[in-house]
Write a protein that binds this ligand. Structure first.
Ligand code: FUL
Length: 584
């Protein structure tokens, strides 16, 4: 993530990212996350610029939506100058669309230029390197201006902000997770393993499917090492890339020759999926699979027949390896070897999964788990598990995927670019601490093992979490009993949806720097806004505030000593229910 990030307005957020990716291509971009459509609409930046009469000014930018992931709702991008709309376009797939808007008619004038992005679903939008130029010379670097002077960020226009009416609020409050979604959210921290042909080829994370199976040679392959490291780090599941976009299958599939069966590794008898599933089972870790629908090797890709190939692969993975808890579908859909795009039979895939593994959650391009919208491991300050999908409110919790290294697959030259424990703690707070599940990727190296640098930082992460959460001071406080027992199924309920509060009172002052709230999400997600106050010199002082809570909300506060804390749920969709509170 770039250094700069601004939260603003009703849940819109902006980042300046040097490596925003759309369609697999990276650029510097203003990365904009408008609030979900029904919660208000659009995000915009407005720039006051003066264009010299001698100039022939042009706005040059790219618009893009963040990679892949299947939703086809898309986003609308607009450029306005004064009260005229100069450009409007809807993007429904991840790619960079170059935009050139002629501003000649404004030469010699002061003009207000507005760039806006409107979310029609769950996308994050990007303006790649927005600049006003004249014959290649940069007159205004709008990307930098956005962050140097946040006054350029506009609140959504009045018409876009529409308070949900009471029926809508009641409908949102009534949605519940399925038991397996609840279980998944409570898992909170899970592991991703990107391993395969891209570990060996020098292309990139997106191999083109032409590498020889003999390149795949993990001489010291050790799935038990992966599982031990994930487990020691505190993860509850491991999701493995059984097949990435290059099409190489890590199990001996009957659907194609492009698999471990054709590799000289272990004389064609190796089975990475089988060993990983078995190692998980032995260690009591849940197991999930990533199976890329995009297949750059398979000659059937782009034809109806490919859907059958894909279903065969799914069927094998879901019947040969015991229980599968999560099936992860990426939405990438590129050109096939025959130059065709695939029309995916999503419903057919889902049906098969429900039939063969009814307990498996279908993630990202699927109905059970939602992609959070970026690959930085960051949920939003306001993160609802209840979402509007196909005209209905449904439980659709967020998952934050991020790699421990810059790439998803192992690269030797990234051995010194493993995220630090501080970065991982920030990510933990911004994902698991904001009502999302953290899916952290660990790419095994060419020997087939997780590199010692990654292992070391995961150990540090574990100790840091253990240290931070070792002693919950709330347990010693006089407080509603259901909030400080060990039972996630007991809950405190506020008397009213507005201004419901409770106190924690200690006999002696306690010192702390983290506050934790857990909503009783078995009964839905309702809290919209809360504040935390502490008592100092006999008076209540504001300490922290937040919007949504959900499964877990973690707030860092400056180290504070106090004898009393008061938590007020200012507003909720219905009577709020909490199952735990923590003070550390
Ligand atoms: C993306 C893929 O294109 C990346 O390579 C990676 O697998 C990531 C988790 O999903 O969409």
């Amino acid at each position: 993530m770039g250094a700069e990030r601004l939260d603003w307005g009703r849940g819109a957020e902006f980042y300046l990212k040097s490596d925003s990716s759309s369609g697999g291509v990276k650029r510097e971009a203003v990365f904009a996350h408008p609030p979900w459509r029904d919660f208000s609409g659009q995000a915009a930046c407005e720039y006051d610029i003066y264009l010299n009469a001698a100039h022939a000014p042009v706005l040059e930018t790219y618009v893009g939506i963040q990679d892949g992931h299947g939703s086809t709702d898309g986003m609308i991008f607009r450029v306005r100058a004064g009260d005229r709309e100069l450009f409007a376009s809807k993007l429904t797939e991840a790619r960079w669309l170059p935009v050139r808007v002629d501003l000649k008619e404004f030469a010699g004038k002061a003009v207000k230029l507005e760039l806006s992005v409107e979310s029609c679903g769950e996308f994050w939008g990007l303006w790649g390197t927005p600049q006003v130029t004249d014959g290649g010379k940069v007159l205004y670097d709008l990307g930098k201006m956005t962050f140097d002077a946040p006054k350029y960020l506009l609140p959504p226009s009045g018409s876009a902000v529409k308070e949900a009416d009471s029926d809508t609020r009641a409908a949102r409050a009534a949605v519940r997770p399925t038991p397996r979604q609840l279980h998944y959210q409570r898992n909170e921290f899970i592991g991703f393993i990107h391993f395969g042909m891209n570990t060996y080829s020098d292309h990139s994370d997106w191999g083109n499917g032409s590498d020889s199976p003999n390149l795949f040679r993990p001489e010291r392959f050790d799935a038990e090492q992966w599982v031990r490291i994930c487990k020691e780090a505190g993860m509850k599941m491991l999701v493995l890339t059984a097949k990435h976009h290059d099409g190489f299958c890590l199990w001996p599939t009957d659907s194609t020759d492009y698999s471990v069966k054709s590799s000289s590794w272990r004389g064609g008898k190796g089975d990475v999926v089988g060993e990983a599933a078995e190692a998980c089972r032995k260690a009591g870790l849940e197991f999930g699979i990533y199976l890329s629908p995009w297949d750059r090797h398979n000659p059937a890709y782009g034809t109806e027949q490919y859907n059958e190939v894909f279903k065969t692969q799914l069927r094998e993975l879901l019947t040969r390896y015991g229980k599968v808890s999560e099936v992860w579908f990426d939405g990438a859909c590129g050109e096939g070897p025959n130059g065709k795009r695939q029309s995916y039979d999503w419903n057919g895939y889902y049906q098969l999964i429900r039939e063969l593994q009814p307990e498996a959650l279908i993630a990202i391009c699927g109905p059970d788990i939602r992609w959070v919208g970026n690959e930085d491991g960051l949920a939003r300050e306001t993160e609802w598990s209840v979402q509007l999908a196909n005209g209905k409110y449904v439980w659709y919790p967020a998952e934050c995927d991020v790699s421990i290294r810059p790439s998803w697959f192992y690269r030797k030259n990234e051995d010194d670019k493993v995220k630090t424990v501080d970065q991982l703690m920030d990510i933990y707070f911004a994902s698991a601490g904001r009502n999302a599940v953290l899916l952290l990727n660990l790419p095994p190296d060419r020997s087939g093992r997780i590199h010692p640098n990654d292992e070391q930082v995961l150990r540090q992460l574990r100790s840091e979490r253990d240290r931070m959460f070792a002693r919950n001071l709330a347990r010693k406080a006089h407080a509603p009993a259901q909030l400080v027992d060990d039972d996630p199924e007991s809950s405190w309920e506020g008397n009213t949806p507005e201004n419901a509060s409770f106190e924690l009172v200690w006999d002696e002052p306690v010192g702390f720097s983290v506050i934790e709230l857990c909503e009783f999400i078995r009964e839905g997600q309702k809290i919209e806004n809360f504040t935390v106050e502490c008592e100092r010199d006999g008076k209540w002082q504001p300490l922290a505030k937040g919007t949504t809570v959900g499964n877990r909300r973690l707030l860092r506060v400056p180290f504070t000593e106090s004898r009393k804390l008061r938590i007020t749920i200012n507003r909720a969709l219905a009577k709020p229910q909490l199952s735990a509170v923590g003070v550390y």
